[in-house]
Design a protein around this ligand. Structure first.
Ligand SMILES: [Zn+2]
Length: 108
């Protein structure tokens, strides 16, 4: 008897990038709000500056791909690079790095 677990980890998952920001402003709680309700969830933190892409290693080191120290954003609310905005432009370095990692860019 041999419990041979042939686990061929053939995960074809694309690398996911966590969005990070230069800084984050934490929204102050409303002092006194009687009206409770409104199922809308508002983000408690607002990113400031540019959005950076954070890889798996960045989750531990707290640094983006461009090695800039960033504050990780909630992946459920912020996505790289979909949440780019005029107010939150993307980091060009991270953008180039993520583009380079997405597809085999041969030639040059
Ligand atoms: Zn960056």
């Amino acid at each position: 008897m041999s419990l041979a677990r042939a686990s061929s980890d053939n995960h074809a998952e694309r690398e996911r990038w966590i969005a990070g920001a230069d800084s984050v402003i934490r929204r102050p709680r409303p002092a006194h709000t009687r009206s409770v309700g409104a199922g809308r969830r508002s983000p408690t933190s607002v990113p400031v500056g540019r959005l950076h892409a954070v890889g798996d290693a960045g989750l531990l080191t707290g640094r983006a791909l461009c090695l800039a120290p960033v504050t990780l954003l909630d992946p459920a609310q912020w996505r790289w690079p979909d949440d780019a905005d005029e107010l939150r432009p993307l980091c060009w370095t991270c953008l180039a790095l993520t583009h380079a990692a997405e597809g085999p860019h041969t030639g040059g």
